[in-house]
Design a protein around this ligand. Sequence first.
Ligand SMILES: [Zn+2]
Length: 227
Amino acid sequence: MEMKAMFSDLTVLWKRWSEYRVVEQAFNRRIFRYLVPVPGATEVTYNCAEHAEQMVADALELGRQLNMEGTDQDRLCADFAVRYGLLGPDVELGQAIGEEPDTPPPFRPVGTIEYGEDMDSFQKEFKHLYQHFLHANGEGETPVGELTGLLPYRLTAGRTPQLIWEIKSLESVLRLTYAALITAPSRSLKICKNCGRVYYNPRAKSEFCSTRCRNYYNVKMYRERER
Ligand SMILES: [Zn+2]
């Protein structure tokens, strides 16, 4: 079965909060930086598999920007979290949830306002995806590893058994959708010819992330020819 057909009706309900910030907390005698919802932020539950292609493009673009110097990395990560939520890397395995008041945010229940993720691990996910994408485009410089993941499912019993995916995390949806897009015969994840931004467009001819970039590029080319 083709990947897209296999996951066509995928629904994964995920929580995102209206605002995030980075906090520092000691754990095992080390200071960690965690990305957490701001106290008083409001929650939204949504199907994170619905517009997963756009999310993949945004994730790759975040990975690209995190690699650039002089960017506000905390703000970029917080912006992504506002749009899609945190990644939930340990959800498929089952989390180790702590009860003590000083329990670090990653060991709090996923989806609660106390839950947060380690900033280094959070950033690594996007940088890794972007490096993988660069290699797939024949541009990667630093070596990059494979992407792996778990795929929980359930097969119902009865006369017409149904295969139901039990995917529980944003990270799994992100990686699976990226895997589907990057292995498809036609490329829909593109790099803008003008500004270098990563964007999603299934039309084969698309070369620019926006009309503005197309116009800008054409004017630039025209001027170069004039000279
Ligand atoms: Zn552009």
